[in-house]
Design a protein around this ligand. Structure first.
Ligand code: ATP
Ligand code: MG
Length: 252
């Protein structure tokens, strides 16, 4: 497998447009680094990721684009420790995830996820949904509620805290999901088609919100998108095809 990856890298890295491993020169480990990550399904017959290497620095806003089935969500799952590679290594702050004992804890403290279909719990209010990642972290009920209300204010939904998801617009539901993703003050937000269910106005508002979080909180942002307007907001775009990165460029 390693030899195969080296061959792939040699070919890929010689292509124009790839950012060679330049980030390491800072001396600070990248927030996330993938090294020769391959993910296969169905006894190796489906190669969702094929020897992918990349580094994401703290504070970056990265978009991931490419045709359906090219491996974008799989890559996001690897970055977010939601899934493990078939081969290769993922590092978080320089530490290999394979050596981390409590991945769930790392994930819930460091990473916030935003999905196209929100996954809000329908029988909980907005305020309760935002608290879900905080349960079990030892905070008092009052502290949790105060934190949830603060986050709902941040996403412009202070007056909707007692509403059920079914009583909110689609764009408002996505903003509740973003507030939930922020519950534990994550260093990294991973969003898979966060505007995919929204009209362009609501989608723009959600992206404004994510951009604001990056600027005000220094949150690192990785967004998978089919929307060129969303991708254009990022400082860096990673293009994928058939499980590989074919382009990795700063947006000009
Ligand atoms: N659990 C699974 N079992 C088998 N194959 C899978 C599984 N999950 C993903 N795949 C395959 O892996 C490849 C990459 O899937 P992935 O979901 O990462 O694509 P994607 O780029 O996110 O596509 P889309 O834009 O449609 O969401 C696809 O060929 C998909 O069919
Ligand atoms: Mg996907």
């Amino acid at each position: 497998m390693l030899l195969q990856c080296v061959a792939v890298l040699g070919k890929t890295y010689s292509r124009k447009g790839i950012m060679e491993s330049s980030y390491v020169s800072t001396g600070v480990p990248p927030l996330v680094a993938l090294h020769n990550v391959t993910k296969t399904y169905r006894d190796g017959n489906v190669r969702a990721l094929d020897c992918v290497s990349l580094e994401i620095l703290a504070g970056q806003f990265v978009s991931i684009v490419g045709p359906s089935g090219c491996g974008k969500s799989t890559l996001l799952h690897m970055i977010g420790a939601l899934d493990t590679p078939t081969s290769g290594e993922v590092r978080f702050h320089g530490t290999p995830l394979s050596g981390v004992e409590d991945i769930d804890r790392l994930r819930s403290r460091e990473i916030g996820f935003v999905f196209q279909t929100f996954y809000l719990l329908p029988n909980l209010t907005a305020r309760e949904n935002v608290q879900v990642p905080m349960f079990g972290d030892g905070q008092s009920d009052e502290a949790r509620v105060a934190q949830a209300d603060k986050l709902l204010r941040l996403v412009g939904l202070a007056d909707r805290a007692d509403h059920m998801p079914g009583q909110l617009s689609i764009g408002q539901r996505q903003r509740v999901a973003i507030a939930r993703a922020l519950a534990n003050g994550p260093a990294l937000i991973l969003a898979d088609e966060p505007t995919g269910s929204l009209d362009s106005k609501s989608g723009g508002e959600v992206m404004d919100l994510l951009g604001m979080l990056r600027v005000e909180r220094g949150t690192t942002l990785v967004v998978v998108t089919h929307d060129a307007a969303v991708a254009a907001r990022a400082g860096r775009t990673i293009r994928m095809l058939d499980g590989r990165i074919t382009k990795d460029v700063p947006n000009g």
